[in-house]
Design a protein around this ligand. Structure first.
Ligand code: F6R
Length: 253
């Protein structure tokens, strides 16, 4: 894994946006996997700024969400479909049909999961997948003990994830209990992975993912199997790493 450590969360967003912009420069019709939650927001806003102010062309992107809650209507502002409309489709100037999200409202959720896998395959697979990491080491909503080769499926959210995500809802009980999420095997098929993490509360999960054994207790550790993974961290998120001399661009010796 390439691990890049930067002083602040703003530096993380700018550096990660550079990685995405490089990919888009090489292939304007990039298939981009988009995480939700707070971690990638700075990347999306920086890309949108570059589009507005520097003419970065985002018009040919095709985007795929990592996950979605079940039982929330697309229009519900807490749904990831609504998040991606606000943070990606609108500011990138993309029609909603080009931002795919698993359909968490379908009665047959397993079928919805299979169809989502098929739609990723039909787009030619994901070129660059943006990821965040949960405090328990999840990526997507693949909670600890997920199969390391899992596919898109319905999962129950752990108590820790529901409590971590309660900040986005009016009341803790409003956090849905289940989700549809790309599996770890699905994520590993993306041609390039870019994980961003900011803040001390992610430090333990980051250390387990980067320096721990590959193990289902820390799903993000499966990224060690991927040949093209970059982690962009702020100093706080990197604070429990102990093994390596990680890359710290711009730091004076
Ligand atoms: C969201 C997702 C999750 C989040 C993780 C971190 O699509 O897949 O893995 O990336 O829960 O959430 P934040 O960024 O809100 O701390």
């Amino acid at each position: 894994m390439d691990v890049v450590v930067l002083p602040t969360a703003a530096d993380v967003a700018a550096h990660a946006a550079d990685v995405v912009a490089e990919r888009i420069a090489a292939e304007p019709a990039t298939v981009l996997g988009v995480a939700t939650g707070s971690s990638p927001v700075g990347i999306y806003r920086e890309l949108a700024r570059r589009r507005r102010e520097e003419g970065l062309d985002l018009s040919r992107l095709e985007c795929f969400a990592l996950d979605e809650y079940t039982g929330l209507a697309r229009e519900d502002p807490h749904s990831y479909a609504a998040y991606l409309q606000r943070e990606v489709a609108d500011p990138f100037g993309l029609p909603s049909a080009r931002v795919h999200v698993p359909d968490g409202t379908r009665e047959d959720r397993e079928r919805a999961a299979q169809e989502y896998e098929q739609s990723i395959a039909a787009a030619g697979g994901i070129d660059l997948q943006i990821l965040g990491i949960g405090t328990n080491g999840h990526i997507g909503f693949n909670e600890p003990l997920s199969s390391l080769s899992s596919r898109t499926r319905v999962l129950a959210l752990s108590a820790q994830t529901r409590s971590d995500n309660a900040r986005f809802f009016d009341a803790p009980d409003d956090v849905p209990t289940h989700c549809l999420t790309q599996g770890l095997g699905t994520i590993l098929e993306a041609r390039q992975l870019l994980l961003v993490a900011q803040g001390e509360r992610k430090a333990e999960a980051v250390a387990a993912a980067v320096e721990g054994p590959v193990a289902a207790r820390c799903p993000a550790s499966v990224l060690q199997f991927h040949r093209r993974t970059t982690l962009v961290l702020d100093e706080a998120a990197a604070s429990r790493l102990t093994l390596g001399e990680y890359e710290r661009p711009g730091r004076r010796a």
